[in-house]
Write a protein that binds this ligand. Sequence first.
Ligand SMILES: NC(=O)c1ccc[n+]([C@@H]2O[C@H](COP(=O)([O-])OP(=O)(O)OC[C@H]3O[C@@H](n4cnc5c(N)ncnc54)[C@H](OP(=O)(O)O)[C@@H]3O)[C@@H](O)[C@H]2O)c1
Length: 164
Amino acid sequence: MTTIVVAMGLGNEIGAENQLLWHLPKDLKHFKEITTGHPVIMGRKTYESIGKPLPNRTNIVVSRKKDWFEEGILIVGSLKEALKFAKKMDEDIFIIGGGNIYEQTIDLADKLEVTSVKANLKADVFFPEINPKIWKKTIETCHEKDEKNSYDFCFQTYERKEKL
Ligand SMILES: NC(=O)c1ccc[n+]([C@@H]2O[C@H](COP(=O)([O-])OP(=O)(O)OC[C@H]3O[C@@H](n4cnc5c(N)ncnc54)[C@H](OP(=O)(O)O)[C@@H]3O)[C@@H](O)[C@H]2O)c1
């Protein structure tokens, strides 16, 4: 199963200036629970935004740079290679962004784990449209903002109705 994990605002916004748009510790915990123990695939910019390998997950980072090396991650030159490595390691693999990588993988993912953040924020990176003809929301659990989590948000699971 290939799953995309994303947190987005009401206008599908996901990032600005290579950072996330919010601080939601409950979402970070959810992300950790979903992905720990499995390979995660990300774009080079998302890796640089996180700044270090995510622990207890094989970090596969996609980049076209030829002379780039970082300890603790697997760098590959194409998405195809990233998917091949990840699938050799595990049945369940996770694509964790950013916008550029989501655009290239939404059509091949089986499942979307979306955190829908109830805010409209200024951004320079967006998630593609989730086409309701293709994706069916199967689970939703919502949380209200509190002293540590600054927006209301819902965890949503989308499953593919049909292969493209
Ligand atoms: N809200 C969320 O859930 C979430 C999750 C992740 C990221 N984000 C945000 O998204 C933003 C980053 O997204 P982004 O779209 O700018 O960048 P990105 O998707 O993280 O990374 C893009 C880079 O990945 C490499 N790449 C992409 N496609 C490739 C391919 N087919 N083959 C080889 N390399 C490829 C290239 O690296 P090189 O330039 O090195 O060749 C490209 O510049 C940040 O603001 C981040 O905080 C948000």
